[in-house]
Design a protein around this ligand. Structure first.
Ligand code: ZN
Length: 450
């Protein structure tokens, strides 16, 4: 994924500490590496840069299954807001660890989190997981139906974010960064939007916002602000290179032009967008030269927090929408989760490709499974037939965080046990009761409870 799109058939990567020193033929580098250099033989495997998930809600991981087959308003007001507002910082920490494990197992070494309530809990989790994360606090200073404990003024919302940034930005050997989070135009005043962008510029970070996700949102913006979400954001002067717009499903051609002119970055979340009934105009955005990355969104919006599955969807759905089998080819999708993902997160000076001077973030793919072989067209296979189980090992910052199918940094079994207990407890506290789908026969055993 370097500038020249070089693909080595018998390649090697020379790593020192957290950095890639050189990428070349195996023959050349074996001769160059000194006798003390540890050699890892990966014959028959494929090495990719660490994948970048540009939109994933760490704190929603324990809410998986709370939002299936319901309208967006039910999803938000009766399920997700009660759930998220009933979480403690410790819940957020365990949710982040569980989500992080799913990220690692699917080859993700860097992600951007649009905003949970507890940046401290998420920060602790990212430190321990050993991967990179851009964190934000979910910020809402207005809107209907908000839980009481979330009501706060614009000043307060900004002060908390600045304090989070000063506490966490650059921590964990630079693996943690902090951005400004804006939830949606439903819940953000113009003052909050403008001042978040000003502060992001001041601190040299970015702004992460859900934009034009559903049709109702664009209509709400028109009714309350006098124009569509994108055109309103444009009139506020906040659309710029450090603005990451997520979903961007309901964009007009004119608005795609605005994004291209301003250098706005897009996070495309195919599964989550389909859940709320939309298809982002990704072929048109790519044609316009917009930087498009890929994200999973949160567990209650998609259910599979794996970029491997999003890649497969991204190669398919636009062909169906446009009736053109040549749009959004596999190599473009592979770029979205590597080079373009790194650009979207303003981190492309250090990650997103395997080349000298960049951080040693990589994924080892073992293609030898019935589901992935044969490798007639390996680049297409990575995007269309690779499964999570083909990811054999993952390195981040020069350290193996996943090796030969085992997470190296945290105790996966312990996290799973703790997560199960906490997920039930949060739903209980939030008073969320899902209607039964089938005729449940309760034998009175404890097995039914969860
Ligand atoms: Zn989201």
């Amino acid at each position: 994924m370097d500038t020249y799109r070089r693909q080595y058939i018998k390649g090697a990567i020379l790593i020192e500490g957290d950095k890639i020193l050189e990428v070349d033929s195996s023959e050349a580098l074996v001769a160059k590496a000194g006798p003390k250099c540890e050699r890892v033989d990966l014959r028959g495997k494929w090495i990719l840069p660490g994948l970048v998930n540009s939109h994933v809600h760490l704190s929603q991981q324990l809410g998986r299954g709370l939002g299936d087959d319901v309208s967006l308003l039910t999803w938000l007001h009766e399920r997700i807001w009660p759930y998220e507002s009933s979480m403690t910082e410790e819940d957020s920490y365990i949710s982040s660890l569980l989500c992080g494990i799913e990220q690692i197992r699917s080859g993700v070494t860097t992600f951007a989190e649009p905003g949970g309530q507890f940046v401290d809990g998420m920060g602790r989790a990212v430190s321990e997981l050993g991967i990179r994360g851009i964190l934000a606090r979910s910020t809402m200073d207005m809107g209907e139906g908000l839980p009481e404990k979330w009501r706060e003024g614009t000043d307060e919302a900004l002060e908390i974010q600045v304090a989070n940034l000063e506490r966490w930005n650059g921590r964990a050997n630079g693996r943690i960064r902090v951005w400004f989070g804006l939830r949606t135009i439903f819940n953000n005043s113009d003052a909050l939007i403008v001042r978040s962008k000003e502060l992001a510029d001041k601190y040299g970070v970015g702004v992460h916002m859900h934009v034009a996700e559903i049709k109702d949102e664009v209509e709400f913006s028109r009714a309350t602000r006098g124009d569509t979400t994108v055109k309103h954001l444009e009139s506020l002067g906040v659309l710029a290179e450090n603005f990451l717009a997520v979903h961007t499903v309901w964009l007009t051609d004119e608005e795609i032009g605005i994004f291209a002119a301003r250098g706005v970055k897009v996070s495309h979340n195919p599964a989550a967008a389909m859940r709320v009934l939309g298809f982002a105009k990704i072929p048109e955005m790519l044609d316009a030269g917009i930087c498009v990355s890929l994200g999973t969104d949160g567990a209650p919006s998609n259910n599979r927090m794996t970029l491997v599955d999003e890649m497969w969807l991204a190669t398919l759905i636009h062909k169906g929408r446009t009736l053109d089998p040549t749009v959004v080819p596999a190599e473009a999708v592979l770029s979205m989760v590597t080079r373009e993902g790194a650009r979207a997160l303003q981190w492309n000076d250090q990650i997103g490709s395997l080349e000298a001077g960049k951080k040693a973030d990589l994924v080892v793919v073992d293609p030898d499974t019935a589901a992935m072989l044969p490798m007639h067209d390996p680049v297409a296979n990575m995007a269309t037939s690779m499964r999570t189980e083909n990811i054999q090992s993952v390195m981040c910052d020069g350290r193996w965080v996943y090796r030969d199918g085992k997470v190296q940094t945290v105790d996966e079994a312990a996290v799973i046990e703790e997560a199960k207990a906490r997920a039930c407890a949060i739903a209980e506290r939030a008073g969320i009761r899902l209607p039964p789908r089938f005729n449940v026969q309760d034998s009175g055993g404890s097995a039914r409870k969860s």
